[in-house]
Design a protein around this ligand. Structure first.
Ligand code: NAD
Length: 225
């Protein structure tokens, strides 16, 4: 690992919500942070992801932590959902995560790590959220497999599984009467989380040198219900 002030992080999906909070928190801790987001970087476009990471390594001379916070969702029952909608969500949330892990794993500096944003929905089904839940379940397993594969190179691979955090991604669901109240009624701590609380977990995982293959529940205890 480099000195705290030398360390370089890339945040895919870092222009909004949780990714923006992670970028701000790492910057406040002295990291050099590069944000990769639409429209210039699409995580489903392998050549663009590879070129972006090459640019970061050549500009900064190192790459310590790659965070993938890019994500999209859709609302629709399995019986109603267009296959194109299924593919759009799985492409960003699962295939995009694979592309980021593949190219981060090829370029990390010694002691580097990858952190993905999975979800409580990886283990807790949500009606109307089939492609999102399935993609996040896949992402949690992908995190474990990649951690196994990269451990011998000294790289760590982890994920965070947030519960409800109100951001532009979740606002459309919040506008449906009752959804937020249902969630909060089934959460021991009785409130949603903030992007800063997820950023705190990302900083922990970036620093925790003996933690790999972990999918960290940050959800006010909602996974217990
Ligand atoms: P958000 O919509 O605020 O931010 C997502 C970001 O990803 C946006 O900046 C968007 O432009 C970017 N993005 C979307 N598609 C992309 C693509 N193809 N290539 C590059 N960037 C792309 O959402 P958020 O709530 O901050 O979500 C961040 C991550 O956390 C997502 O992976 C989401 O699934 C996960 N998550 C969020 C919550 C929550 O309650 N907000 C809960 C669990 C997991």
């Amino acid at each position: 690992m480099g000195e705290q002030s030398d360390r370089v992080a890339v945040v895919f999906g870092g222009a909004s919500g949780i990714g923006a909070a992670i970028a701000a928190r790492f910057t406040a801790e002295g990291w050099r942070v590069e944000i990769a987001d639409l429209p210039t970087v699409d995580v489903t476009d392998e050549a663009t992801v590879a070129a972006f990471l090459d640019g970061v390594v050549s500009a900064h001379g190192r790459l310590d932590t790659v965070i993938n916070s890019a994500g999209v969702s859709t609302l629709g029952l399995v019986t109603d959902l267009a296959v194109e909608e299924w593919r759009r969500v799985v492409d960003v949330c699962l295939t995009g995560a694979f592309i980021v892990m593949k190219h981060a794993g090829q370029r990390l500096s010694a002691g580097g790590s990858i952190i993905s944003l999975s979800s409580l929905n990886a283990r807790q089904p949500g009606a109307g959220l089939a492609p999102y839940c399935a993609a996040k379940a896949g992402l949690s397993m992908l995190t474990e497999v990649t951690a196994l594969e990269l451990g011998s190179r000294g790289f760590r691979v982890n994920a965070i599984a947030p519960g409800l955090v109100v951001t532009p991604l979740t606002q459309p669901a919040m506008d449906i009467a009752g959804i937020e109240d249902d969630y909060l009624a089934n959460t021991p701590l009785g409130r949603s989380g903030t992007p800063d609380e997820i950023a705190e977990a990302a900083l922990y995982l970036a620093n925790a040198q003996w933690v790999t293959g972990e999918v960290l529940d940050i959800n006010g205890g909602a996974h217990l219900m």
